[in-house]
Ligand binder design. Structure first.
Ligand SMILES: *[C@@H]1O[C@H](CO)[C@@H](O)[C@H](O)[C@H]1NC(C)=O
Ligand SMILES: *[C@@H]1O[C@H](CO)[C@@H](O)[C@H](O)[C@H]1NC(C)=O
Ligand SMILES: *[C@@H]1O[C@H](CO)[C@@H](O)[C@H](O)[C@H]1NC(C)=O
Ligand SMILES: *[C@@H]1O[C@H](CO)[C@@H](O)[C@H](O)[C@H]1NC(C)=O
Ligand SMILES: *[C@@H]1O[C@H](CO)[C@@H](O)[C@H](O)[C@H]1NC(C)=O
Length: 434
């Protein structure tokens, strides 16, 4: 009964969001925004436009984040900001934690009789409470080739957060773009607003000098020179972890992060001996593999970590290791490793998925990080012996790979390194055709 009621409520709300899309605009096929790598924090930062008048806001990308939040305490000026009234449909859409008043003069982030949610900063493992609100959000439309005219969602649902929640984030960012599979995170909310498919794609840059790209919607994802990165993808199932992995969550709530089913790991075409139990998600939500932009390098449970390092060293046994640089433990002199189009010539690491023919192959460009001019280290870190999630695939391993998240069919399409196709994530043509 309750669930029928709430799903009715939700469909009417989605309809409302839909109708609120102003009829003066042409309906975009997809939206696009740049994603920069911040060299100080190794975070990935995207830029949206929000408020009236519109201002660009820099948001750190958190694939596992529940929603979009911004600091409303500092310089939030907008004539179209509206707090979400207590017990409104917006509150249920956002799975609000409750209602409250604010005992200071009213301003964005501080209003009476509004509902709140829990904005989370995974970089400092901190959540707090924040007012739920709507405001104008604008992104460039795209056909997948170049950005064109801006498309505007007049009532985009997000949350406010106090300024202290920005701690640990890249300079000049004012919040986090949570891209998880919730109804309110931008992928689903923008799809509902503009009636396009619940699909988005992330292509992280490997350099801070030019931006990678984030697409919402399903179009050919074009990278110069004329590579359609939506083609030749390998698909794997997105899994649901039955227990939330979030900083704060409700009893019984499943995780809204992106888990995939790694079944074994190969190094140089040999199976790495690891405890397979750690690769599956148990009834308490422990184990398994997720994809995260909240960690710069892949994090492996200790026994998996040691086994992968041993296999890697063994496969490169002809080459001398050098004094490692923390947090890494296996390093080589760059001169001792050959170089290839796909990075330093090192053994490939395969994440084998649902069958032997479905695997994510990681080459040197994504496995070896330069810690100095002459030293390269295997870019994985030790996650300790009882981590919640056994394998967390981090940012460095995702760079110059296109990831297409199809939320309607719960599938992840991945390109493998784009370097083989003579392009990179920094090759989207951001020169507007509008
Ligand atoms: C909320 O209501 C209280 C009590 O009526 C009042 O003191 C306070 O100023 C109000 N706060 C805002 C933000 O309107
Ligand atoms: C932050 O913004 C200021 C002023 O807009 C700019 O000068 C500075 O380069 C920016 N810093 C970064 C890290 O983007
Ligand atoms: C993994 O290694 C095993 C044993 O060598 C091999 O049979 C299998 O094909 C490999 N799988 C992949 C995806 O490399
Ligand atoms: C494999 O891992 C599971 C889960 O941590 C643990 O219960 C089990 O004892 C491990 N098996 C071996 C052989 O170490
Ligand atoms: C990028 O897009 C602009 C606008 O459509 C176009 O004029 C330009 O030729 C494109 N650049 C390349 C390298 O294709």
């Amino acid at each position: 009964m309750a669930s029928t009621h709430s799903s009715l409520l939700l469909s009417s709300l989605l309809l409302l969001l839909l109708l609120s899309f102003s009829s003066g605009q042409t309906r975009p096929k997809a939206l696009v925004s740049p994603v920069r790598k911040d060299s100080a924090t190794l975070q990935y930062v995207t830029t949206f436009s929000q408020r009236t008048p519109l201002v660009p806001i820099n948001l750190v990308v958190d694939l596992g984040g529940r929603h979009l939040w911004v600091d409303c305490d500092t310089n939030y000026i907008s004539s179209t900001y509206r707090p979400a009234p207590c017990r409104s449909a917006l509150c249920s859409l956002a799975d609000s934690d409750g209602c409250g008043d604010c005992f200071s003069p009213p301003r964005p982030g501080c209003n009476n009789n509004t509902c709140g949610v829990s904005p989370d900063n995974p970089f400092i493992s901190t959540s707090t409470s924040g007012e739920l609100a709507t405001d104008v959000l604008s992104l460039s439309s795209t056909d997948g080739t170049t950005p064109s005219s801006p498309s505007t969602a007049p009532k985009f649902l997000f949350s406010c957060a106090p300024s202290f929640l920005l701690r640990g984030l890249a300079a000049n960012s004012t919040g986090i773009a949570g891209l998880a599979k919730t109804r309110v995170a931008p992928p689903t909310q923008l799809a509902a607003t503009f009636s396009f498919k619940r699909t988005f794609a992330l292509c992280l840059p490997s350099t801070s000098s030019s931006p990678g790209v984030l697409f919402f919607g399903d179009v050919p994802y074009k990278l110069l020179p004329n590579v359609d990165a939506s083609q030749s993808l390998t698909y794997t199932k997105l899994l649901t972890n039955p227990v939330s992995t979030a900083g704060s969550y409700k009893q019984g709530e499943p995780s809204y992060e992106y888990f995939i089913g790694v079944t074994s790991i190969n190094v140089s075409n040999n199976v790495v001996p690891i405890n397979k139990t750690l690769l599956s998600i148990d009834e308490n939500g422990v184990g398994g593999t997720k994809i995260s932009t909240a960690v710069p390098y892949t994090v492996l449970e200790t026994t998996i970590y040691k086994a992968v390092l041993n296999a890697f060293r063994a496969a490169l046994s002809g080459i001398k290791t050098v004094t490692p640089v923390s947090p890494f433990e296996v390093c080589y002199n760059a001169r001792d490793l050959g170089s290839t189009r796909v990075g330093p010539a090192v053994p490939a690491i395969d994440l084998v998925l649902e069958s032997e023919s479905v695997y994510w192959r990681i080459f040197g460009a994504n496995s070896m990080v330069a810690v100095s001019e002459e030293k390269l280290c295997l870019a994985v870190v030790d996650g300790g012996d009882r981590p919640r999630t056994s394998v967390v695939i981090g940012g460095y391993q995702l760079e110059d790979n296109l990831l297409k998240f199809d939320l309607a069919t719960s599938r992840l399409g991945f390109s493998g390194t784009l370097l083989f196709r003579r392009t990179t994530c920094a090759n989207f043509n951001f020169t507007s055709s509008a």
